[in-house]
Design a protein around this ligand. Structure first.
Ligand code: AMP
Ligand code: ZN
Ligand code: ZN
Length: 413
């Protein structure tokens, strides 16, 4: 074939194979430098807090950016599983952080999100969090708390990270992150995180409809106002892509809605990996059928499943840490034992329930040079955020369960 015709033909075929949208992406990825990304979690912030309470700073961020009606997170809707799915794009069965605390029977050790061993080992966190993807592709990550960020994962740590310490003031957290992101600073992070726990703690203690929660939500809005001010001073306004999320919602509990597990089965026959609202039950050898039958016969105000029969949409079957029997309380119900309840009583509210329930949905806001302005969108899924962040940072995502296609409409052309 004549060389000239061959060249034309191959160009033509390239055009046929790569759609115009795709070409735009490739061009953009190659030619424009990326803007840094700051991922913020306000733990337990329900999407309707922005509607029910006074949040001028969050409203401003939403008005100039993207605001989703809500964000569906993964199951179970607990802090460590859901946060770690956001940064890996993996369902829980694919990253292995099945609860905030759990015993790994194969490894023979206990994972707990609190001290003393919380950053002691590399075996717990599966998959590849975005900060590892960032660091592996010659960019810089600097994290001010995020579940997993103070562990070595795949032999990698963020360039800057801080061991979890809830006593560090929320303003000091913001100051550190601003220093790391400062274009004239030493670190010049491409990716950073911020995490705040207080809204969740107050939600548990006082309930999502309390005046205490109203006050702490207004306080959280002040943190965001302070952040915007610091961004302005550092020249980061319009240069930084902000993604503000929470990790789950909150549901009120009641003493009228209790499932006493010791009235349904003999607790001596099982090990409990987690209790409520998702009871993860590991029956002793040869006891699975008996325990499962007992629970199915009394199935009231909860659902019970054998691990392999759990509905596909939970993506919560295929990991060795998930035990044989999973019991999911209906919204607002507590699974406990008489003894525990008598000693400890109930919190005002909690989370962990079915991730389809709107009450378990989370917050999503985004704002910055790569996001649309003033876009209100429906419910998005947290599993897609890893791909979104990789796209914004112009890095190659690791294998994951999400898709950028679901969020492309949030981006500015
Ligand atoms: P939960 O018990 O599911 O409501 O989780 C919220 C609590 O998780 C917070 O109040 C913190 O005490 C704890 N927490 C959040 N992030 C971390 C972290 N990165 N390391 C250790 N503990 C954390
Ligand atoms: Zn949480
Ligand atoms: Zn919580």
């Amino acid at each position: 074939m004549n060389k000239q015709i061959y060249l034309h033909l191959s160009l033509y075929i390239t055009f046929l194979v790569i759609s115009p949208g795709c070409l735009d992406d490739i061009n953009k990825n190659q030619t424009e430098p990326s803007h840094p990304v700051l991922l913020i979690s306000i733990d337990g912030f329900m999407p309707d807090y922005m509607l029910r309470f006074d949040t001028p700073n969050l409203d401003r961020i939403a008005a100039n950016g993207v605001h989703a009606e809500s964000m569906m997170v993964v199951f179970p809707t607990k802090t460590f599983p859901t946060h770690y799915s956001i940064v890996t794009g993996l369902f829980v069965e694919n990253h292995g952080i099945i609860a905030n605390s759990f015993y790994d029977y194969e490894y023979g050790a206990y994972f707990s999100y609190g001290p003393p061993n919380y950053h002691s080992d590399d075996v717990w966190f599966g998959g590849e969090p975005i900060w590892v993807t960032v660091e592996n592709q010659s960019k810089t990550a600097a994290t001010m708390f995020w579940p997993g960020s103070d562990y070595e994962i795949q032999g990698v740590r963020p360039t800057r990270y801080v061991n979890y310490d809830g006593s560090i003031s929320n303003y000091a957290r913001i100051d550190s992150v601003i220093t790391w992101l400062d274009p004239a600073g030493e670190v010049r992070a491409d990716f950073s995180t911020l995490y705040f726990s207080k809204v969740d703690s107050y939600g548990h203690r006082y309930g999502p409809h309390s005046t205490e929660v109203e006050e702490v939500v207004m306080e959280a809005d002040d943190w965001m106002g302070y952040l915007l001010g610091q961004m302005e001073e550092t020249g980061l306004t319009d240069k930084l892509n902000l993604i503000i999320v929470s990790d789950h919602g909150m549901a009120e509990l009641s003493e009228d809605r209790i499932i006493f597990l010791d009235e349904l089965i003999n607790l001596d026959d099982v090990d409990m990996i987690d209790w409520t609202p998702v009871a993860m039950i590991r029956p002793d050898e040869g006891k699975t059928d008996e325990i499962y039958r007992a629970l199915s016969q009394t199935e009231r105000n909860f659902k019970v499943y054998l691990k392999e029969e759990l509905p596909e949409r939970f993506h919560f079957s295929n990991h060795y840490r998930i035990p044989e029997i999973i019991m999911i309380a209906d919204l607002g119900y507590t699974i406990t034992s008489r003894d525990f309840f008598e000693q400890r009583g109930l919190m005002a509210a909690t989370h962990g329930y079915d991730n389809l329930l709107p009450e378990m949905h989370a917050l999503f806001l985004a704002n910055g040079p790569d996001f649309q302005r003033g876009l209100e969108t429906g419910t998005i899924e947290s599993i897609d955020l890893y791909e979104l962040m990789a796209y914004l940072l112009r890095i190659e995502p690791a294998q994951n369960d999400g898709s950028l296609d679901n969020l492309r409409n949030l981006l500015r052309n």
